[in-house]
Design a protein around this ligand. Structure first.
Ligand SMILES: C[S@@+](CC[C@H](N)C(=O)[O-])C[C@H]1O[C@@H](n2cnc3c(N)ncnc32)[C@H](O)[C@@H]1O
Ligand SMILES: [Zn+2]
Length: 154
């Protein structure tokens, strides 16, 4: 069982994560060892771009046939685009009753996104967090399979 404290935590967890086919959507991210609750698992990395750039790119990616979004809203000004420059965190699917949570942590004025475990996670379990997408008319159906699924991501 992994329960780590300190700076090396994120790097060590990285070795215990694997992306593979998911029953929720496409590829997902899975734990190769049990993880205790409230552990920092992985940073959501990518390119930091302004919302205008993210919106432009999203349309471009859709025109290219890419319908998965790897954009994570950092704040009112910035978005992390993990499409081309992301790490394994980009494979984490949404769930309405997730086992992880995304936290934005600010240090010295720099905001970064980290994924923390919310519950005890078993070996082989898929990692998920709630994307908390804003409501939109153009709905994305949710396939998380949770008992209290909200049916749509947005
Ligand atoms: C960051 S990607 C997640 C990784 C993705 N499964 C893949 O194979 O690249 C986010 C996209 O995955 C899909 N997705 C994630 N969670 C989903 C869910 N619960 N139900 C349906 N689609 C989901 C949506 O298309 C979303 O835009
Ligand atoms: Zn759901």
């Amino acid at each position: 069982m992994i329960k780590l404290v300190g700076k090396q935590q994120f790097n060590i967890y990285y070795k215990f994560l694997k992306h593979a086919k998911s029953p929720i959507h496409g590829d997902g991210l899975f734990a190769l060892a049990p993880i205790e609750p409230d552990q920092m698992i992985i940073e959501y990395t990518g390119e930091k771009v302004r919302h205008e750039v993210a919106n432009f790119r999203e349309r471009k990616y859709e025109n290219q046939g890419l319908f998965s979004s790897y954009m994570f809203r950092l704040d009112d000004d910035w978005v992390i685009d993990a499409t081309k420059m992301g790490n394994l965190a980009r494979f984490i699917n949404h769930c309405c009753q997730p086992n992880c949570t995304a936290r934005i942590i600010s240090r010295n004025g720099v905001k970064r996104i980290f994924i923390f475990s919310k519950t005890y996670i078993e070996k082989g379990e898929e990692l998920t967090y709630d994307y908390k997408f804003p409501l939109e008319d153009n709905k994305i159906r949710c396939h998380c399979g949770a008992k209290f699924c909200r049916n749509f991501l947005n």
